[in-house]
Design a protein around this ligand. Structure first.
Ligand SMILES: Cc1ncc(C[n+]2csc(CCOP(=O)(O)OP(=O)(O)O)c2C)c(N)n1
Length: 272
């Protein structure tokens, strides 16, 4: 499939805008980590993944595990853009009884796992990938993790077992924005050398600029072409990407923009 770069850029822009609106309207949520993974989600939903919004649980669909579940606004924006539910429903984000909870959950069409407790998504992804092999399905499982999340020991247990079981239908994507909740990952608990670590655990590693559509698309294509081992795409990103006052500022983690900030943020995203 040929990637339509303009379409993917437009979708990433829409993911950013909706993430900002959702967190503003809810008065809470995680804009920084949502903005950093906009291109990753755009490349997955509008280039790489196979799915059918009319049949959200289609057994042959590619699976997405949003392990960094706090970035749910970006996931919901991508799902609505892909046609799983009307854009109107995004207004219910973080409301009681909404299908769009603060952290990604099974109430949302097509989503198989509640995430938010960091570090668990890769283990679940392994299980889904193993089930795919046992059922002779050809789907891939895409697990999106934060870099701060990689400090969880469970991630490395899962990395070990994915390689042991040769789960080549699993593709982990690390949103390597360098920041976690309270500051830089490398200051709080160093994770470098990251590619070497995954390599040592038996993974094929690919490093890309996570805001560059063609690098992402090529990286994902390379990932699915390699057989016999799990693959990780380490996507170098900027937390808060697209909004000047949010970029690389860790306090825009669990914090919503106010009216004026939303206005400025939307105009900056639009202008980009
Ligand atoms: C097990 C667990 N511990 C702590 C938290 C609280 N928490 C939510 S987001 C976050 C920071 C995550 O950083 P990172 O994975 O780098 O995400 P990003 O910066 O991309 O948003 C933390 C500590 C959590 N959700 N789960």
């Amino acid at each position: 499939m040929l990637a339509d770069a303009d379409r993917l850029k437009k979708a990433a822009k829409e993911i950013r805008k909706q993430s900002l609106i959702m967190t503003h309207d809810a008065g809470s949520g995680h804009p920084g980590g949502s903005l950093s993974c906009a291109e990753i989600l755009s490349a997955l939903f509008f280039y790489k993944m196979k799915y059918n919004p009319k049949d959200p649980k289609w057994p042959d669909r590619d699976r997405i595990v949003m392990s960094k579940g706090h970035a749910s606004p970006a996931l919901y924006a991508a799902l609505s853009e892909a046609g799983f539910f009307p854009k109107e429903e995004l207004k219910t984000y973080r409301q009681l009884n909404s299908r769009l909870q603060g952290h990604a959950s099974i109430y949302t069409p097509s989503i198989d796992i509640c995430t938010g407790s960091l570090g668990q998504g890769l283990s679940v992804g392994n299980g889904i990938a193993m089930a795919g092999k046992l059922d002779s399905k050809s789907y891939n499982v895409y697990v999106i993790m934060g870099d701060g999340e990689l400090q969880e020991g469970q991630v490395w247990e899962a990395a070990k077992s994915a390689a042991h079981y040769k789960l080549d239908n699993i593709i982990a994507i690390v949103d390597r924005n360098g920041l976690q909740q309270n500051g830089p990952t490398e200051k709080l608990m160093r994770i470098e050398p990251l590619a070497e670590k995954f390599h040592a655990f038996g993974w094929h590693t690919i490093e890309v600029d996570g805001h560059n559509i063609s690098e992402l698309v090529n990286g994902l294509d390379l990932a699915t072409s390699i057989k016999g081992k799990p693959k990780v795409v380490i996507a170098k990103t900027i937390k808060g990407k697209g909004v000047s006052f949010m970029e690389n500022v860790s306090s825009w983690h669990g914090k919503a923009p106010n009216d004026d900030q939303l206005k400025q943020a939307l105009s900056e995203v639009e202008a980009n």
